[in-house]
Design a protein around this ligand. Sequence first.
Ligand SMILES: NC(=O)c1ccc[n+]([C@@H]2O[C@H](COP(=O)([O-])OP(=O)(O)OC[C@H]3O[C@@H](n4cnc5c(N)ncnc54)[C@H](O)[C@@H]3O)[C@@H](O)[C@H]2O)c1
Length: 428
Amino acid sequence: MFMDITWRDPVTGTHGYVVIDTLVRGTASGGLRMRPGCTLEEVRGLAQGMTRKEAIHLRPGRRYIPVGGAKGGIDFDPRAPGAADVLERFLVAVNPIMHSYWALGEDLGVRQDAIDEILDRRGLGSGLSAVEKLVDDPQAMEARAQKAFTTVVDGVSQDELVGGLGVATSVFAALDADGRERAGATAVIQGFGSMGGATARFLAEAGVTVVGIADADGFVSNPQGLDVETLLATRDPFGGIDRTVLRDGDQVGHRDDWLAADVDVLVPAAVSYAITAENCERIRAKYIVEAANMPVLPEAEAALAARGVTVVPDFLANSATNAWWWWVTFGDVDGTWEHSRALIADTLYELTSEVLAEARAQGTSPRAAAQAKVDANLDRLRSAEAIETPGALSSPEPAPTERAPASPAAPAAPGSAGTVLSAASAER
Ligand SMILES: NC(=O)c1ccc[n+]([C@@H]2O[C@H](COP(=O)([O-])OP(=O)(O)OC[C@H]3O[C@@H](n4cnc5c(N)ncnc54)[C@H](O)[C@@H]3O)[C@@H](O)[C@H]2O)c1
C-alpha cells in the first residue's frame, strides 16, 4: 500500500479515510463513499479492488495505461443532518491529496453533483485533477466525453450500459469455454439497476433466457423468460421493476428466491456479500459471474468451486465501466456506442477467456488466475518504473513502450473536461 490517511472531523468527531493502494503514473483512482460504520479496513479492501480493476486492463497498444487504485470513505450517515457539511470539510482537508494523487468520483452515499458543487464553490479544482496531467489533449477528451455521456441506446444511457455489457460478455466467454450454447442457456440476475439491467439486455439479445430478476422488493420470474426490454423501459430510477407491466405467467416471489433458481448462470448485480457459506448450499447454477463488488464470500466460493461451479471474479467481470471511462478519457474509443461496444466486447471476451483457460491449465480458481494476471501486470508496470514507491515521490513517466503518443498537456481548467467526465463517474 502506498498510503492511508485517517481524518478526524473537528466538528462531529467522526472519521474519514483515504487509502491509496497503489500509485501508477503518479495517480490513483477510486470513488468516495459515505456510510455509517465505514472503516479503514473496508476502504483498504475497496482500494485493493480498484488496483486489481485497473491493472487487469494493461493491454498492448492501448492509449490508456492503468493508473493505481484508491478509495475514500467517511463514517457518517449520508441522510443525517450535517452530512453535507461533513463531506465538505473532508474534501477541503484531503484536497491536496486529490491534486497530487487521487482522482475520485461518487460511490455509495455520495452524489457526484455534491462533490462537484463543493469543489466548485470552494475553488478546489476538479475531482480529476490528478489525472488531467496525463491527458494529452483536454479538448479532444472533452469532445469524446460529451459524446460518450450523452449517447442513449434504446432508452438507456451509454454509461449505464457499458458495465453490464462487460458482465454479459464474461458470461458468453464462460459458456463458450465449456462449449455451451448461448441460445437456450438460462440466467437469473440479482439487481436491475445499471449493472443488472444492462446485463439482462445483452444476455437476452444473445438468446440467453433471462428467467428471473430480483430487485429490492422481490423476485420476478418466468420459466419461459421475462420481457427484459419492457421491464427496462418501465423500471424506476432506483432499478425497481414495475409490477404493473408483468405478463401472464410472470410470478413474483421473495427477493432471496433468486439464489436457488434452477438456471445455468447467476449474476449477482446488487449487493456485496450476497452469497455466503450458509446460503451457497441452495445454489444450483453452474456459473456465477460477479457484477456487484464482493458478492461471493471466500468460504462460499471455495465450497462452490468444490462443486464445480465457475465464479468469474468481480474485478474482471465488472471492470468494463472503469475501463471504458478511461478509454474515453485517453482516446481508445471515440465516445460512440459502436466503438465502445466493440472494444468492450473484444476486451472482456479475451480477458475472461484467458483467465478461464489459465485457471483450467493451472488447476486454480478463476479468481486466482485473474489475480496472477493482475500481479504480472503490476510487475510490468513496476519494471517500467510507472509505479511510485514510498521515497520516490517525483512524477514518473509512463512506461516508454506503452505511453500515449503525445506529450502530456497542462491540466484542464476546473469546470471543463474534468467536470464533464467526473459527472459520469458513478461507482465503479
Ligand atoms: N454501476 C457500475 O458501473 C458498477 C460498476 C462495478 C460494480 N458495480 C457494483 O454493482 C452493484 C450494483 O450497482 P448498480 O450501479 O447497478 O446499482 P443500482 O443502485 O443501479 O441498482 C441496484 C439494484 O439492486 C437492487 N437491490 C438492492 N438491494 C437488493 C437486495 N437485497 N436484493 C435484490 N435486489 C436488490 C435494487 O432494487 C436495484 O435494482 C454494486 O455492488 C456496485 O458496487 C457497479
